[in-house]
Every structure is written in structure tokens, then in C-alpha cells.
Design a protein around this ligand. Structure first.
Ligand SMILES: Cc1cc2nc3c(=O)[nH]c(=O)nc-3n(C[C@H](O)[C@H](O)[C@H](O)COP(=O)(O)OP(=O)(O)OC[C@H]3O[C@@H](n4cnc5c(N)ncnc54)[C@H](O)[C@@H]3O)c2cc1C
Length: 453
């Protein structure tokens, strides 16, 4: 059986690993545009900030290890056409320009995403750079060596992390965010405002609710950024982090595709063509808090979905569990982590949503050091189900977001979270862990609520 995998970053690599394990007799051919595999985009800001000295260190896989396992690794090959009915592929060798025809029995599409370039006059200016691929990371890092004042466009997690990287490398930063809130898809106002203050305390100019309308060169070699509210900012270069779009063109008109361009699969990651599977940024994922299919491009999704592709290719072995879109970042020593719905998103999804905000030291005050943790817990009043949580602290709270992810996955209520067994040691927490305590606060709030009714 011939298996073709198109795209070899996180989704493609996971699919290949699992395919080798579960289908040892299959003949696997991988097509990848780039010369290397497995670049982690989050390394870009870590490199700029100096935590990762060499970008070459962040690759966790290389083509040679798969060649040794018998995989045909067609590196620097661009697939330009798939004929799903005929089960054929047309690819081009990017080094020789040669065209190559191939056949497959099963195909895995792991072509990921590309940056969604905003339509702004002057966006093609060479002083405006991207931050997704390894090449782009090199370009950004090189360009920043000769430029001091940098604008970052986009206040999602990629833009916020990149801002920190540039601050650490001694640059002056202006962060532009169209929405009124930073990280608006991940956290509610209270934590978002804390993030903004954290950036401002680190000398970042944060412009929320600001729409960039034009980029233009100045006579003295700088870049002018004009905004819709008639302000102008002069910088030396711009990094844009505006989000991504699924790269599904190869299967357009051949399998079911959502309006946003993401490929629709069933729980086994199979597309509407039973011989074609998909994974990663090119697909949607079942979003458990709303039980809807959603486009949530994350490496954590790509590796899970790719794994399922490889497992399920010839035999249905395991269904996707969906996702709570759990994510986290470390920003100037503060962990910011979240899972599930924000309050705004929960209301938009027509939940009778409420929230509690919990701020407290994480462990007893008799311990030599202590620090505050901030938790926002979102829940549904009717069912009392936990819908989401957000955390911010200089204490490590990322794993608490993972715990709440499981709580949401299992449809647990605030009552479950309030009293579920959690360890106690003065080193780590109070006799009731802070997750128990925030849920108890929600229960107390609901007592008031029902009392008032
Ligand atoms: C700045 C930044 C920071 C991020 N940080 C995080 C993080 O901290 N945590 C997290 O979970 N996620 C993070 N992400 C998201 C994460 O990078 C993506 O979700 C992940 O890369 C998706 O993996 P993928 O394999 O599906 O797709 P991609 O990484 O997009 O890879 C697709 C591959 O397919 C190849 N390809 C595409 N078309 C063709 C073709 N026609 N022929 C041959 N090859 C082709 C491409 O060359 C590429 O190698 C970040 C993203 C960015 C941009």
C-alpha cells in the first residue's frame, strides 16, 4: 500500500511516526517544500530574546532518521496538484524544477497554514516581516540587529511573545492590536489588562483598539505607520503576527471544506474522501466547550491529529477527543495560561455564563516566599459545568490550565472541581488547592444567585 504524506512539520511528522508503527508494510512517501522538518514557530521569539542561542537547535526531527526507516523523503518538493479520483499527485522538485508524477492508496494532507496578510496599503514594504517559518525567523532576527524601533502588529499570543523577545534584545517596541483587548481570544478583561500593564511596565507602547491603515517610507529611511484614528508612528521595521489561514487549496472541490477554508474531517480524521486524511493547521477540530467544529491552529492539535491519521489510515483505531484549546505562555516571568471559553465567548455561545475571579497567595504565608495567583473561572449557571479558566501568576500555573482542561473534557461541574481530590503540602498549596478554592467561590456565588431568585 502506498501512503503519501504532504507537508512535514508537526502534523506530518506525527502522522509518519504513527504510520510506521501501525502500518510497517506500507510504502511511505513524504513531500515537503522546505529542506528541513519540525521547526517550532515559538522558537522565533525565544531566539530573538536570547533564550535559544541557535535556531538550528530547535528541530526535534530530521529527514535522515526517516530515510533510515525506509521512508521516501522528497524534501524541497512542492505538491502542485492532487487528483483525488485518480489517486495521483503532481509535484515539483524545487531544486531541479523537474515535475514528478506519483500514485497513492492513502493520502495524508498536513499542509498546515500560511500567514493571513492583512490588507493594508504598503504592506508589501520590505521593512515588514513575518514570523512563522524558520527562514522568516532568521530574516526577522537579522533585520532586528540593524533596527532599533520595531512595531509588532497583532496582540494575540504570537505578537505578545514576540514583543517580549524584542524587549529582551534591547529594542523599543510599539504593539498594535485592532481589538480593544490584548489576547482577546484567550482571556477576559481582568487578565488582559494585567498583561497590558506587564508589557507597559517593561516599556512597551501598547496601542489597543488601533487599526493600522497605511505603511509608507519616510525620506530618512524609516517606516511611517498611519492609523485609522489619524495618528502616525515612525519605526524602523515591522513584524506582523496577524493569525493564519489553512492551506487547503490542493483539495478544493474534491473534499468537504468549511467556509474558512479548513478541511472537514470525521472523528477519525478522515475527510469526505475515505482515502484522504488530514491533520493540523489545515483542519478544524471539535471544540468541546461548544460542541462545534472550530479552526484552532495549535501545534498541540497538529501532533494529536497527525497521530490519529497514522493510526486510523487502514483501520479505525481511535477517535479524536476534541479540544479545549488549552494554551499558555511565559511573559516576563508571569505564566499566562487558559483553557476553554472566556466569559465573552461563553455568552456568545448562548450559555447562561458567569465567572468568578480569585486572587490569593498560592501557599501558606508562613513559607519563606509566596506569590499571588490570579484565576478567572467561567461556568454555566444552568448545568454548573465548568466552561473555561484563565490563570496568571509568577508561580507555575500552566499545569492548572491542563487540569481544568480535563475537567471541561469530562463535563465536570463547579461542584466537582470544588471538592475533587488534590494534594496538599505547604510547599505547593493550602489544604484546599487553589483550583478547589476558585470553584468553591463559584458555588458561594451561586448560593447568592439562587437566594436572590
Ligand atoms: C509565532 C508562532 C508561535 C506559535 N507558538 C505556538 C505554541 O507555543 N504552541 C502551540 O501549540 N502552537 C503554536 N503555534 C502554532 C503552531 O506553529 C502551528 O499550529 C503548527 O505549526 C501547525 O503544524 P502543522 O504541521 O499542521 O502545519 P505547519 O507548521 O504549517 O506545516 C505545514 C508544512 O507543510 C508544508 N507544505 C505546505 N504545502 C505544501 C505543498 N503543497 N507541498 C509540500 N509541502 C507543503 C510546509 O512547508 C510546512 O512544512 C505558533 C505559531 C506561530 C506562527
Amino acid at each position: 500500500m502506498k501512503v503519501a504524506i504532504i507537508g512535514c512539520t508537526h502534523a506530518g511528522i506525527s502522522a509518519m511516526n504513527e504510520c510506521l508503527k501501525y502500518n510497517p508494510d506500507a510504502e511511505i512517501t513524504v513531500y515537503e517544500r522546505h529542506a528541513d522538518i519540525s521547526y517550532l514557530s515559538c522558537a522565533t521569539y525565544l531566539h530573538i530574546g536570547g533564550d535559544v542561542k541557535d535556531l538550528g537547535d530547535v528541530f526535534y526531527a530530521n529527514p535522515e532518521e526517516f530515510i533510515k526507516k525506509g521512508v521516501h523523503m522528497r524534501m524541497q518538493h512542492d505538491v502542485i496538484k492532487i487528483d483525488a479520483q485518480a489517486h495521483t499527485i503532481l509535484a515539483q522538485n524545487l531544486k531541479t524544477r523537474e515535475l514528478l508524477h506519483d500514485k497513492y492508496d492513502k493520502l495524508i494532507l498536513a499542509t498546515g497554514s500560511r500567514t493571513s496578510i492583512p490588507v493594508i496599503a504598503g504592506i508589501e514594504n520590505p521593512k515588514i516581516l513575518l514570523c512563522k517559518t524558520c527562514n522568516q525567523a532568521h530574516q526577522l532576527s537579522e533585520a532586528s540587529k540593524n533596527n532599533h524601533k520595531i512595531a509588532v502588529l497583532g496582540g494575540g499570543y504570537a505578537g505578545v511573545e514576540l514583543t517580549e523577545g524584542f524587549v529582551k534584545s534591547g529594542h523599543e517596541i510599539v504593539l498594535f492590536q485592532r481589538n480593544d483587548q490584548l489576547l482577546d481570544e484567550y482571556v477576559d478583561t481582568t487578565i488582559s489588562e494585567r498583561v497590558k500593564k506587564l508589557l507597559e511596565d517593561n516599556h512597551v507602547t501598547v496601542l489597543t483598539g488601533t487599526n493600522v491603515s497605511r505603511f509608507s517610507d519616510t525620506k530618512d529611511g524609516h517606516l511611517k505607520i498611519s492609523t485609522e484614528d489619524d495618528n502616525e508612528y515612525i519605526v524602523d521595521m515591522v513584524a506582523i503576527c496577524p493569525g493564519v489561514l489553512p492551506q487547503s487549496d490542493l483539495l478544493k472541490g474534491q473534499v468537504n471544506i468549511a467556509k474558512n477554508g479548513a478541511i472537514i474531517t470525521n472523528a477519525y480524521m478522515q475527510t469526505s474522501d475515505p482515502d484522504i486524511f488530514a491533520a493540523g493547521d489545515v483542519t478544524e477540530i471539535q471544540y468541546n466547550p461548544t460542541l462545534t467544529s472550530k479552526y484552532i491552529p495549535l501545534a498541540s492539535h497538529a501532533v494529536r491529529q497527525g497521530t490519529l491519521d497514522g493510526m486510523n489510515l487502514f483501520k479505525r483505531r481511535r477517535k479524536s477527543m476534541g479540544s479545549q484549546a488549552t494554551s499558555g505562555m511565559l511573559l516576563f516571568g508571569q505564566t499566562i495560561a487558559c483553557t476553554g471559553l472566556t466569559l465573552n465567548a461563553a455568552k456568545d455561545a448562548n450559555y447562561d455564563a458567569h465567572h468568578v475571579y480569585f486572587e490569593s497567595n498560592y501557599r501558606p504565608d508562613f513559607m519563606p516566599t509566596n506569590t499571588k495567583i490570579n484565576i478567572e473561572l467561567v461556568y454555566d449557571r444552568k448545568s454548573r459545568r465548568v466552561l473555561g479558566a484563565q490563570f496568571m501568576s509568577s508561580h507555575e500555573v500552566a499545569q492548572s490550565a491542563n487540569t481544568v482542561s480535563v475537567i471541561i473534557q469530562n463535563n465536570n461541574t463547579i461542584d466537582d472541581l470544588a471538592y475533587v481530590d488534590m494534594l496538599f503540602s505547604p510547599n505547593f498549596d493550602e489544604p484546599f488547592n487553589y483550583l478547589n478554592l476558585v470553584a468553591q467561590k463559584a458555588i458561594d456565588k451561586e448560593l447568592d444567585y439562587w437566594g436572590m431568585d
